[in-house]
Design a protein around this ligand. Structure first.
Ligand code: OAD
Ligand code: ZN
Length: 251
């Protein structure tokens, strides 16, 4: 790891040694090296598909079959991919920091869980869950979902993907996310900084005194809100960064 990475690791350690907490925000970039397409990069999902048809309540009302199919394909894709070294490094950091660690993800895949993260806050929902529009139950849903699928709680056929669509309120915004933004270290990984409210978290954390760090392929849209940045693939940057933090903490 270069000097920048070592400097950043020692800044992080200084905060953590005095009892600091870490909050990590991840986006599609952390899953890119596992083989999942991001949204806004070249060849990204929103270049190939129309957002308003697939990721809005209106689109679902107009053509439910198209929306079910889109998410069925993406859910099925999860069976053929694995977490990468970036997800694994974050799970290692979580084990080291313990209760002071929070992970907020915009991703709807389950790669953080499969890498060993205990309770990622899925603010944009989860591909492997379905939600009943009749009784609001959230059900584990590993397989295909369609208009014939039935809610095991109330028997209705009004199931939808448990995904936050455009115009809808992200999850965990009332308590858990605001509480996590008071951490002493805020680390943002693989997100373009275009989608709010997530894109505003860094400014909020910084205002409350956090050291803010970005790991991304390139400067994000809100890069000026970070105190430090490491640019490159998360799967290459995170393992040595976490190793250096662990080494610093044990000194
Ligand atoms: P984007 O596709 O907007 O941005 C992905 C970011 O990851 C870009 O800035 C890339 O440069 C970076 N990136 C790509 N590969 C990387 C790698 N190997 N290592 C590190 N960084 C890498 O994805 P998000 O910011 O997550 O919402 O998008 C936010 C939300 O927009 C998504 O959650 C989704 C979408 O509409 C919903 O579906 C509700
Ligand atoms: Zn139901």
């Amino acid at each position: 790891m270069g000097k920048d990475g070592r400097d950043i690791a020692s800044l992080v350690c200084a905060r953590l040694k005095s009892g600091g907490r870490v909050t990590v925000l991840t986006g599609a970039g952390i899953s890119a090296e596992s083989g999942l397409a991001t949204f806004r990069d070249m060849g990204g999902l929103w270049e190939q598909y129309r957002v308003e048809e697939l990721a809005s309540p209106e689109g679902f009302a107009r053509n439910p079959a198209l929306v079910y199919d889109f998410y069925n394909l993406r859910r099925a894709q999860l069976n053929s991919i694995e977490p990468n070294s970036g997800h694994l490094a974050l799970a290692t950091l979580e084990r080291q920091v313990g209760d002071g660690f929070s992970l907020i993800t915009q991703n709807v895949d389950d790669l953080h869980e499969r890498a060993g993260s205990r309770q990622p806050l899925h603010m944009h929902g989860e591909l492997r869950k379905a939600r009943c529009q009749a009784c609001a139950s959230v059900l584990n849903w590993p397989d295909d979902l369609d208009a014939k699928s039935q809610c095991s709680a109330c028997g209705s056929h009004a199931l939808r993907p448990h995904i936050v669509w455009f115009g809808e309120m992200p999850f965990h915004m009332e308590e858990r996310i605001p509480a996590s933004l008071t951490a002493e270290v805020f680390l943002s990984i693989g997100t373009s900084g275009h989608v709010y409210p997530a894109a505003g978290f860094v400014a909020e954390a910084r205002q409350q005194g956090a050291l803010t760090i970005e790991v991304n392929l390139e400067p994000s849209a809100n890069s000026e809100a970070f105190d430090a940045a490491l640019y490159g693939p998360a799967g290459e940057i995170l393992p040595p960064l976490v190793d250096a933090i662990m080494a610093g903490l044990s000194e």
